[in-house]
Design a protein around this ligand. Structure first.
Ligand code: GLA
Length: 398
C-alpha cells in the first residue's frame, strides 16, 4: 500500500485555505496497531499498542459567531452546525457521520465547561476505516488537539484522550475503552506503550526494530467490520456479567473488573460459569498475563517469546472471545507458518480488519508473496500488506 501524498496535515491545510481561509492551527493524530492486549482495556487491564505512520490531519481557524463549518477532504463534503443547537446525526442518514465525531468532541468540551466559539475546520486522513487501526480515535484526538490549541483550553494529552473516549461512549454510542485515544495522544516514535488501563499509567518500551532486523507488517484482510458497534457493546456487557458472577462465586467484593481476578481464582470456579461467559473471561484474564509476559520478554530481547504470545493471543481471540472471522484466521495461520515470522495475530476490535505480524526484515519479500498468494487462492480476496513505523502521538503546528 503506497503512502498517499501529500500528508493529511498538508492536505487539510490546503483544503482549509481553499474552503475557508488561512488556518490558525494545524494538528495531527495517528492511528494505532495493537501489538498485544486485545479487549482488555475496558476490563481495567493492560494493552501494548504503538502509534502508526497513518494519521488524521486538521487545519482550523476561529470564527466570531457560534457556527461550526467543516470540510472533509477525504469525503469531499461540507457539513455545519450551530454550537447552541446540534444533535447526533442518526445512523443510516444521508448526511456525513464523520460529522458526528466533531459534534461528539464539541459536546464533551461544552459539557466540561469550556466556552467555545464557532470555528472552521478542514480534515483529511489516511488511516483505513473499519480496519481495526483506530481511524475514529485518530479523528477525535486530532480534533481535540486542534481545539485545545485554538481555544487555549489547557488540557493535557491524557485529558484529551479521556475526552475523546467520552465522545465515543456518550455521543457516538460505542462503549470503547481508552486504548486507542491514549496511544493516539501519547504514542512515541520507535516505541510501543504499555498502558495500565486502570491507573492510566503509561510506559514507553523501545522496539529497536531496525537494530533487531525486524518489521511490523500489517496485513489488511479487505474485510470491513459490519455491525461492530453492537457486537462490541455485547462483548463488553458479557465481561460485566462475568465480573458480577465471579465476584459472587469467589465471595470477594474487591473484584471490580476482570483485571482483579487471578488465573488461579478463575480456574477454581470456572466450571460454574455459563460456557460463553467462561470463555470471554478466560480470554481477558489470560490476555492480561500475556501482555505482562510479552513486555518482559521484549525488554529482555526475547522476541521469539513475544511472537509466541502474539500467536496465543490470536487463538484466544478466535476461540474464547469469538471476535475473529475466517479471513483473519486464515491470514494469521498463513503468516504463522511462513519463514521469518515471529508472531501474527488479529489486531483491534475484530470482526474484520487487519492482522499484525512481527517479521524478520530479510523475509519480508517472500512473506508478502507467499501469504498474499495463498490468501487470494483460499479466500478469493485480495489482502494488502504494509510495513508500518511506530510513530509519535498527536501534535500541533501553528
Ligand atoms: C477497539 C476499542 C478499544 C479496544 C479494542 C479491542 O479498538 O476502541 O478500546 O477495546 O477495540 O482491544
Amino acid at each position: 500500500m503506497p503512502h498517499p501524498k501529500p500528508r493529511p496535515i498538508e492536505a487539510a491545510q490546503e483544503a482549509c485555505r481553499r474552503e475557508f481561509g488561512s488556518p490558525e492551527i494545524r494538528a495531527q493524530a495517528p492511528g494505532r496497531v495493537n501489538l498485544i492486549g486485545e479487549h482488555t482495556d475496558y476490563n481495567d487491564g493492560f494493552v501494548f499498542p504503538a502509534a502508526i505512520d497513518r494519521e488524521v490531519g486538521v487545519a482550523m481557524r476561529r470564527r466570531t459567531d457560534r457556527l461550526v463549518r467543516l470540510y472533509s477532504e477525504t469525503y469531499r463534503r461540507h457539513d455545519e452546525f450551530d454550537l447552541d443547537a446540534f444533535a447526533r446525526i442518526p445512523p443510516g442518514s444521508d448526511a456525513s457521520t464523520w460529522g458526528n465525531y466533531v459534534r461528539g468532541v464539541v459536546r464533551v468540551l461544552l459539557d466540561a465547561g469550556h466556552p467555545l466559539l464557532g470555528f472552521e475546520a478542514a480534515i483529511s486522513g489516511n488511516v483505513p476505516e473499519g480496519a481495526g487501526l483506530s481511524s475514529s480515535a485518530a479523528f477525535e484526538v486530532a480534533m481535540l488537539t486542534a481545539l485545545n490549541a485554538l481555544f487555549d483550553l489547557g488540557r493535557s494529552a491524557k485529558e484529551l484522550a479521556l475526552l475523546g473516549q467520552r465522545a465515543e461512549n456518550e455521543f457516538v454510542g460505542v462503549a470503547c475503552g481508552i486504548m486507542d485515544q491514549l496511544i493516539s495522544a501519547l504514542g512515541r516514535r520507535d516505541h510501543a506503550l504499555l498502558i495500565d488501563c486502570r491507573s492510566l499509567e503509561t510506559r514507553p518500551v523501545p522496539l529497536r526494530l531496525k537494530e533487531r532486523g525486524l518489521a511490523i507488517a500489517i496485513l489488511d484482510s479487505g474485510m470491513r467490520r459490519g455491525l461492530v458497534d453492537s457486537k462490541f457493546n455485547a462483548r463488553r456487557a458479557e465481561c460485566e456479567d462475568a465480573v458480577r458472577r465471579l465476584k459472587q462465586l469467589l465471595g470477594r467484593d474487591a473484584i471490580r473488573a476482570l483485571r482483579d481476578v487471578t488465573p488461579l481464582e478463575f480456574n477454581a470456579v470456572a466450571r460454574e460459569l455459563p460456557d460463553d461467559i467462561r470463555a470471554r473471561a478466560r480470554h481477558v484474564i489470560s490476555e492480561n498475563e500475556r501482555v505482562i509476559r510479552g513486555v518482559e520478554a521484549l525488554e529482555e530481547g526475547n522476541l521469539a517469546v513475544f511472537g509466541k504470545l502474539m500467536n496465543q493471543s490470536h487463538q484466544s481471540l478466535k476461540n474464547d472471545f469469538n471476535v475473529s472471522i475466517p479471513q483473519l484466521d486464515l491470514l494469521a495461520s498463513l503468516a504463522q507458518k511462513a519463514p521469518g515470522v515471529l508472531g501474527a495475530r488479529m489486531t483491534g476490535a475484530g470482526f474484520g480488519g487487519c492482522t499484525v505480524n512481527l517479521v524478520e526484515v530479510g523475509s519480508l519479500a517472500t512473506f508478502r508473496d507467499t501469504v498474499l498468494n495463498a490468501y487470494r487462492e483460499r479466500s478469493g480476496r485480495e489482502a494488502t500488506l504494509w510495513v508500518c513505523e511506530a510513530a509519535d502521538g498527536a501534535s500541533t503546528l501553528a
